[in-house]
Structures are given as structure tokens and as C-alpha cells.
Write a protein of this length. Structure first.
Length: 160
């Protein structure tokens, strides 16, 4: 698997990404009328960056690795929460890929639990949510690295 040392190593381009987060304790997040309860465990967030410059893959992932920011997207409320650790991001540089396709492909191989309505308010495919829990205790960071490495995704393990 190719590994990058931070988002600044990504070219200014479009693509999709998966964030690997870990809830280290139970907590809740409320955004307007929506509320989610998080249990300890690994979570994957499926996202996309379809613009260039400020909305490029590099800048979107860089934003996710930044903890001091104004909360705008649902995922911002997680990446800034003290009970969340952002371990890494996997990048798919195919501009035609979508977060929905990536989630569908992953869910065929792995048992997941989707957090309803999280990160999918603008989803045209009605996925139900773009944040998932890994439900098997046997799925860990090494397993994820192997899985996405076999599929030639890039990995970022540090923010800037």
C-alpha cells in the first residue's frame, strides 16, 4: 500500500476517501433535530471531494485532520470531539468513484452497521448514512490496511 505522510502530499485533484475513526468512550452528538449515540469502536466515514482547489481531495482530507475548525459537515462534529481519534484516511483517486459506490462495495465484503442519516443529507442515492461501525471485533487497523492495500487505495496516517 502506498502511504503518504499528510494531505499536502496529495495533488490538487478530485476523488473519494474513507476516514478511519475510533470512539474511545460512549458519547452523543446532536445536530439540529438529529441525534446519534456513539459506542466505543471503529467507525468508517465514506466521503468525496469532487471540486478543485478549496474543495479538492487534498483540502477536504486536510480539513478532516484539523481539530480546530468551525463545525460545518456532520463529520466535523466527530473529528473535533474529544472522544474520537482519527487514525487514518484511505484515498481513491478515481474521479468517477463515489462515496456511495465505495460504501456499497465495502458492505458486500464486511458486516457493518450504518448510522442512519449521518453524513448523507445531500446523498442522491439515499444510502441511509455514510458513517458505519465495524461490527466484528476481528476487524482492526491492520486488517483495514490489508483490505484497502489490496484495492490500491492510498493511505494517510498523519495530519499536517
Amino acid at each position: 500500500m502506498s502511504q503518504l505522510n499528510g494531505p499536502d502530499e496529495i495533488a490538487d485533484q478530485r476523488g473519494t476517501y474513507i476516514l478511519v475513526l475510533e470512539a474511545i468512550e460512549k458519547f452523543q452528538i446532536r445536530i439540529k433535530q438529529l441525534k446519534w449515540t456513539f459506542q466505543p469502536g471503529l467507525l468508517l466515514y465514506f466521503g468525496s471531494a469532487k471540486g478543485l482547489t478549496s474543495n479538492s481531495l487534498r483540502n477536504r482530507v486536510k480539513r478532516h485532520f484539523t481539530t480546530k475548525k468551525k463545525n460545518f459537515w456532520h463529520i466535523d462534529y466527530l473529528t473535533t470531539h474529544s472522544a474520537i481519534v482519527l487514525h487514518r484516511a484511505y484515498l481513491n483517486l478515481d474521479e468517477r468513484s463515489t462515496e456511495c459506490q465505495n460504501l456499497a462495495a465495502f458492505s458486500k465484503d464486511v458486516e457493518i452497521a450504518i448510522l442512519s442519516n449521518f453524513g448523507s443529507s445531500d446523498c442522491k442515492n439515499k444510502c441511509g448514512g455514510h458513517l458505519v461501525y465495524l461490527t466484528s471485533k476481528y476487524l482492526n487497523l491492520k486488517w483495514l490496511d490489508d483490505y484497502f492495500g489490496e484495492r490500491e487505495w492510498l493511505k494517510i496516517t498523519e495530519g499536517t
